[in-house]
Design a binder for this molecule. Structure first.
Ligand code: IMP
Ligand code: MG
Length: 243
């Protein structure tokens, strides 16, 4: 894992994030039918379930008695969100924002909003949920947009956090797992819109990035990104360079 640096943003502290080094060191093999595509399981079903349960307890405590609106970003949050919601026993409302960061087909970080928020969040407590906090470009722009709607307060919850990749000074208040710089799929996260249905979070085999079946399915932005993919089988590190 990269060095912790950068006074411009602070890593989340307290007991919310489970650091990668706190996870069991055992490398878990994916089920046989996924082995040709998935290198290894980074976070198992059991680890996900336990962590989502703990996040839900914390969120319930922090938002008790508040007028809570959960705003989730599509599409990567669907699996995490469905599990989290079922564990939250407090009154809440739910809405979605659709975002795509590669609508323009360039490597620019311009976000395209594919679905707008419908619920009124003014004066209410918002919990903004995303699948993964990577460079922070998505959440920083969504935050600006939501702030204009004048919520009473806004907290961010992400399943995964890759702090070593951060470009924008965004901080999540609730983090499921802080992970090293792997490109991960499963539990809602995709590669070329595939793998969202894996019940675990896994690391894609490096050869899948260049797989001819996938290249035409990728957005122009992802194709550009993948030209910068560096892989080492030994260390298992994959470095996606965002331009
Ligand atoms: P950011 O704007 O760079 O923070 O990226 C946020 C979005 O990029 C996420 O919501 C994901 O859709 C996507 N993303 C970033 N890292 C990964 C990954 O490792 N696997 C799958 N999607 C990712
Ligand atoms: Mg996403």
């Amino acid at each position: 894992m990269g060095a912790r640096r950068g006074a411009h943003f602070k890593l989340p502290t307290g007991r919310f994030p489970l650091k990668f080094h706190e996870m069991p060191a055992r490398i878990q093999k994916p089920p046989r039918h996924w082995r040709q595509e998935i290198d290894f399981i980074l976070i198992s079903q059991e680890q996900l379930a336990r962590r989502v349960h703990a996040l839900a307890r914390q969120i319930e405590k922090d938002f008790a008695g508040r007028d809570l609106v959960i705003v989730a970003l599509l599409n990567g949050t669907v699996v995490f969100l469905a599990d989290l919601l079922r564990r939250l026993s407090l009154p809440l409302r739910l809405d979605f924002i659709g975002v795509s960061s590669y609508g323009g087909g360039t490597e620019s970080a311009e976000l395209v909003f594919t679905k707008e928020l419908r619920l009124d969040v003014s004066g209410r407590d918002v919990l903004l949920v995303d699948d993964i906090l990577d460079t922070g470009k998505t959440l920083s722009q969504v935050k600006v947009k939501l702030r204009k709607l004048r919520p009473r307060r806004m907290k961010i919850c992400v399943l995964l956090d890759k702090p070593s990749r951060r470009v924008e000074p965004v901080r999540a208040h609730y983090v499921g797992f802080e992970i090293p710089n792997h490109f991960v799929v499963g539990y809602g996260l995709d590669y070329a819109e595939r793998y969202r249905n894996l019940p675990f979070v896994g690391v894609l085999r490096p050869e899948m990035f260049k797989h001819p079946d996938f290249i035409p399915l990728l957005s122009a932005k992802k194709r550009l990104l993948l030209q910068g993919v560096k892989t080492t089988m030994e260390g298992g590190t994959k470095d996606l360079n965002h331009g």
